[in-house]
Design a protein around this ligand. Structure first.
Ligand code: CP
Length: 296
């Protein structure tokens, strides 16, 4: 996605929010279209917001239940999509544990079909990055002046990978990765604007934005998973650790949240948290993305 497309999506989402269209199903932009949600991994926010975004644009929505579908009899993702394509589904929202699955099918479907990545393995979660960057811009419009810290399990997080990509495109001044060695990506995958900090005290010093990340236990071997209490003491975002950042710091989390593990409950619900603004913005951003994909 180009920088210009990102800015076009932001402008469209801003117009949707200004008109209150993200909160009420009154539009007809996607009337006559069917959007199919295929979630091969669990989801609350992404699934719900795509479902609501499509309905609020006037589309019909099909939520395929993977557990009771013929996928359990061995049907492939591509055959599943081609089957639904034959029933006139034109837009597919797909989450899959295989990092390449979504890109692979996107290259094989009909020209008039759109495929949206709703989370691909440990590789990418682009719509989460879009809504997160949009939320930052509402509070801190000049990306070039920002220092952003990603705190926690960067290595196993697809959100972190997409955040790094969008921060680079939008020209974020400085990005810090803060966490234990085992949660940091390999050196060769690091960009020039990245710095690694293993000590929270230095990593969070004077930052403008802190993004707390959940430990992705589902992508780790049992032996790699740290003890929750120990992890919280070392790396959990408490009020004391947050006080190291700038006074007007904003706190973000893509969620789901494990309160008391990677972040204190009081910080989640505190004055500097924009976590539930991220969720609200997710509907508008996904509406904007679907409109742009359909040329609207
Ligand atoms: N942030 C996010 O992807 O949440 P869900 O897994 O609930 O969709």
């Amino acid at each position: 996605m180009s920088r210009q497309t990102i800015l076009d999506i932001f402008a469209s989402a801003e117009a949707i929010i200004a008109a209150g269209q993200h909160e009420a199903p009154i539009l007809t932009d996607l009337k006559g279209m069917t959007v199919a949600n295929l979630f091969y991994e669990n989801s609350t926010r992404t699934w719900a917001s795509f479902n609501l975004a499509a309905k609020r644009l006037g589309a019909e929505v099909l939520d395929l239940d993977i557990e009771t579908s013929s996928i359990q009899k061995g049907e492939s993702l591509l055959d599943t999509i081609q089957t639904l394509q034959a029933m006139a589904c034109q837009l597919f929202v797909i989450r899959h544990s295989d990092a390449d699955a979504v890109m692979d099918v996107a290259q094989q479907v009909n020209q008039d079909v759109s495929i949206i990545n709703a989370g691909a393995g440990m590789l990418a979660h682009p719509t989460q990055a879009l809504l997160d960057a949009f939320t930052i811009r509402q509070h801190k419009p000049d990306f070039s002046q920002l220092t952003i810290a990603l705190l926690g399990d960067v290595r196993h997080s697809r959100v972190a990978k997409s955040l790094l990509a969008i921060y680079e495109k939008l020209g974020v001044g400085q990005v810090r990765l803060v966490g234990p060695e085992a949660f940091m990506p390999s050196e060769e995958s690091l960009g020039e604007q990245l710095e690694i900090f293993h000590h929270v005290e230095t990593g969070l010093q004077d930052v403008d934005v802190v993004v707390a990340l959940r430990i992705q236990k589902e992508r780790m071997a049992m032996a790699e998973i740290p003890n929750d209490g120990h992890y919280y003491r070392e790396y959990g975002l408490s009020e004391e650790k947050l006080a190291l950042a700038k006074p007007d710091v904003i706190v973000m989390h893509p969620a789901p949240i494990n309160r008391g593990v990677e972040i204190a409950s009081s910080v989640v619900d505190g004055a500097q948290s924009v976590i539930f603004e991220q969720v609200s913005n997710g509907v508008a951003i996904r509406m904007a993305l679907m409109k742009i994909l359909r040329g609207l």
